[in-house]
Design a protein around this ligand. Structure first.
Ligand SMILES: [Zn+2]
Length: 407
């Protein structure tokens, strides 16, 4: 199985750290609002990666965090802990419900940031002991990037100017890079959203949350770390600096990133007012399976440009494929043919090649659809017997264990 690794910038043969077993961490939703379908493109791809691993016979342990403490959450809750809990609970419920409807296999653990504060504090203390973090006059704690020589190793970014700035915000771009925040000392705008810890009164920065939770639930190193492409910098770059700074180990062996879903050639984004939710598409008559199929219709390392005609085309394709598969169940009379069995075997082997070639789902989906069309032709010519049809259904079920669209 080959996967493209952002860290080494090439396709690499996948070899797990422990034989037969894969540990993966995927950055979950910030539950300050409801996720849009651009967010779900990433989650659906992550689900398919997990399914390909299962298809290959691995046991998979999957951890997806729930970000319920970060700047946007605190702002949305207007400094009220009670309101924060309500907003987080409501959006987490919605996220899990959509995930279920979109046929995502649940993660093994969904750790919440708010329930892992101690692990974050311990990690920050370790970074301070190692001289990689320092406190400012206000009591905030920053990671000193000048002390981590390989800073930039994931984004492969050459920092033009020095990195002497300090960034208090959780999310920022490469151009603003500098020492980033680990611990935010309490401010009036935080209201009663704070924890009293050995580091003082305050709350964790966003990046330390994923370092602490991935180490706690998967150990270090683990196999695969995934997220959207905008996580490469700053989130994952900082996660590597923190985890490696504290333990001496790069947290994951393979780093996979999913490209954006675009609308009118620009990134789908809630803050920019260009986003659709799963519910909106449902109201317009698109089924969950069509939405899922559509989000998988472009290779994950390419942008997918969202359009309604594209979505409608996908809906027709899925419908046609399903109709043909339904007919396979009713095949009787004709005798089995070798031609049909050959087509089935070849399709299954092509399918395996494609999914193992850096998760090439569009090609895999094509293989499935052309098998179904071929079987349909054979049936019309009386060359598809009941034995063929039952073998075909078995093969299609196996393929759909990866795609999660048909059954
Ligand atoms: Zn994360």
């Amino acid at each position: 199985m080959l996967i493209y690794d952002t860290l080494s910038r090439r396709k690499r043969e996948f070899v797990p750290l422990r034989q037969g077993e894969v540990r993966m961490y995927t950055c979950g939703p910030s539950v300050y609002s409801t996720p849009h379908i651009g967010n779900f493109r990433t989650y659906v791809v992550e689900d398919v990666v997990k399914r390909v691993l299962l298809f290959n016979g691995y046991r998979v342990t999957h951890v997806m965090n729930i970000t319920d403490v970060e700047d946007k959450m605190v702002r949305e809750a207007r400094g009220s802990r009670r309101r924060l809990r309500e907003i987080a609970a409501k959006n987490e419920r919605y996220f899990k419900e959509c995930s279920r409807r979109l046929n995502l296999i649940p993660a093994d653990h969904y750790p919440r940031a708010s329930e892992n504060i101690e692990a974050m504090v311990a990690l920050i203390k370790r970074l301070m002991d190692r001289g990689l973090a320092y406190r400012d006059e206000a009591g905030n704690i920053f990671f000193d990037v000048s002390r981590f020589r390989r800073y930039g190793m994931l984004s492969h970014y050459r920092f033009r100017r020095g990195l002497e700035g300090r960034i208090y915000r959780d999310d920022y771009s490469q151009g603003e890079a500098g020492d980033f925040i680990l611990w935010k000392a309490w401010r009036r705008s935080d209201g009663d959203i704070y924890w009293d810890t050995e580091l003082g009164r305050g709350r964790p920065g966003w990046h330390i949350e994923c370092s602490a939770m991935s180490i706690r639930y998967l150990g270090i190193p683990f196999d695969i770390h995934m997220g959207g492409i905008d996580n490469i910098f700053s989130h994952h770059e900082n996660e590597i600096a923190q985890s490696a700074g504290a333990t001496g180990k790069i947290p994951a062996r393979y780093w996979m990133h999913v490209r954006h879903l675009m609308v009118n050639r620009r990134k789908m984004s809630k803050s920019l007012g260009r986003s659709y939710t799963v519910e909106e598409l449902r109201r317009r008559g698109f089924s969950y399976r069509v939405i899922r199929a559509y989000l998988l219709s472009q290779h994950y390392r390419r942008r997918l440009n969202f359009t309604f005609p594209g979505l409608r085309r996908k809906a027709r394709e899925v419908q046609r494929c399903q109709d043909l598969i339904r007919r396979l169940r009713r095949v009787k009379g004709a005798v089995d043919s070798e031609a049909a069995d050959r087509a089935i075997d070849r399709a299954l082997s092509d399918f395996t090649f494609h999914v193992n070639n850096d998760i090439d789902i569009p090609a895999a989906l094509d293989t499935l659809c052309s098998l179904v069309r071929r079987l349909d032709q054979l049936e019309r010519r009386g060359k598809l017997g009941p034995g063929n049809a039952s073998r075909a259904l078995q093969a299609i079920r196996r393929m759909d264990s990866v795609l999660g669209i048909i059954f």
